[in-house]
Write a protein that binds this ligand. Structure first.
Ligand code: SF4
Length: 394
């Protein structure tokens, strides 16, 4: 069996119309952007080297990001191409140029098969510390999406700056049934200047972020630590996985479930590790070939290789630990996630939060199905209890 990935996340330009202090893509650095623009992949290269090869890797969705993706002159051609090739389409935008007319054009170009993802670190003025964007403007775009019946999603970059506001932010989103995921502040781009001071700690995660994350299905898209019973995931997924990384739906850490590219065509395993972990460039080889020959992908789709607490944990597969936190704190992407507050003795140690996670995960399947990341297994796909369990591989 070859690889199968759920999504491609593509930072297709570093060009941006904002100057966010904590920009992890280098978009607030004029020299970085100028150099990148000379080497940006064009539409033909994206089609031939990324999107067509992506079908061989069974990718379902393509997320267009930046910089500000919509500043690309060929943005709408890329959106049409994405849908024509049978992908579900996501657009990550900073909202600056998103008005009703633009949203209607997006809806038309994608034939409605699109989700609009926006960055919002806090719903009040605290947002401004990390983002050069008014939260009010972002909330207006989310409301316009609702009126136009466009799927919407929010990305919240978490750090010390939003420990106090996080619960309020997710409560606001939960009430409006808006899905969200947390992304960790890391030492990429100008995040490097802030990572030591503003990166969240194990205590922040345990006391502030995790209680809010685990209490609502809207945020089950991806976070760690994720205390989902491996038996339950195996039962509902039909045992589907990429190597040992659970799929249908993807959960916990998404490394091993998605492919990420920067504007110049460098391949990596996670958006926040772009520019740091390089698995080759699609100008040299098409995407599927790069992935199939990559040592990094071979290692990270085999969670039996995880070290420390993650390597002796009941949730080694269904959580996997945030690989970015492991990498930025230790330099080793297979190390334990040092921000996790769970201390398993061995694989028999069960988290006090497993029952709650299992209960809400069953509800999350409805959200995941709607987003195109979950389908009920056919009867013949369903594994016999305990059979083919990733736990047996370690
Ligand atoms: S020890 Fe690692 S795998 Fe286990 S819950 Fe914590 S982060 Fe997840």
């Amino acid at each position: 069996m070859g690889y199968s990935f759920s999504a491609i996340y593509f930072e297709a330009t570093r060009l941006c119309n904002l100057r966010c202090p904590v920009c992890m893509t280098g978009s607030n650095n004029v020299e970085t952007v100028r150099e990148s623009r000379k080497r940006e992949l064009d539409l033909d290269e994206i089609r031939e080297q990324v999107l067509i090869p992506g079908k061989k890797l069974q990718v379902k969705a393509v997320g267009w990001s930046g910089g500000e993706f919509l500043l690309r002159k060929d943005a709408f051609d890329l959106l049409r191409l994405t849908v024509d090739l049978g992908y579900k389409c996501n657009i990550c935008s900073n909202c600056e140029i998103l008005d009703r007319e633009m949203l209607e054009r997006i809806k038309e170009a994608t034939r409605g098969k699109v989700s609009i993802a926006v960055g919002l670190n806090s719903i009040d003025e605290d947002n401004d510390w990390s983002r050069n964007a008014e939260s009010q403007r972002t909330l207006e775009v989310l409301e316009m999406c609702r009126e136009l019946r466009l799927d919407r999603h929010v990305i919240i970059t978490i750090g010390k700056y939003n420990t106090e506001s996080f619960e309020k932010t997710v409560e606001y989103l939960r009430k409006r049934r808006i899905s969200y995921n947390r992304a960790p502040l890391v030492g990429r781009g100008s995040g490097s200047e802030y990572f030591n001071r503003e990166g969240f700690s194990r205590q922040d995660l345990e006391e502030k972020f995790h209680p809010a994350l685990r209490s609502s299905v809207n945020g089950y898209v991806s976070y760690t630590p994720f205390f989902l019973s491996p038996e339950l995931h195996e039962q509902v997924s039909g045992g589907r996985r990429n190597g040992t990384v659970p799929q249908n739906p993807p959960i916990g850490c998404w490394v091993g479930n998605w492919l990420t590219l920067n504007a110049e065509g460098d391949l990596s395993v996670c958006p926040v590790m772009l520019d740091e972990l390089n698995a080759g460039n699609v100008r040299d080889k098409p995407l599927d070939q790069l992935v199939n020959e990559s040592e990094i992908f071979a290692a990270l789709t085999d969670r039996s290789r995880l070290k420390g607490r993650c390597g002796r944990c009941r949730y080694q597969y269904t959580c996997g630990g945030c690989r970015a936190m492991a990498y930025y704190h230790s330099g080793d992407y297979l190390e334990e996630d040092p921000t996790c507050f769970f201390d398993p003795v061995d694989k028999n140690t069960v988290s006090e939060h497993e029952e709650e996670t299992n209960r809400l995960f069953r509800k999350y399947l409805i959200v995941a199905r709607h987003a195109g990341f979950y389908e009920r297994p056919k009867r013949e796909d369903s594994p016999k209890p305990g059979a083919n369990s990733p736990r047996c591989e370690s």
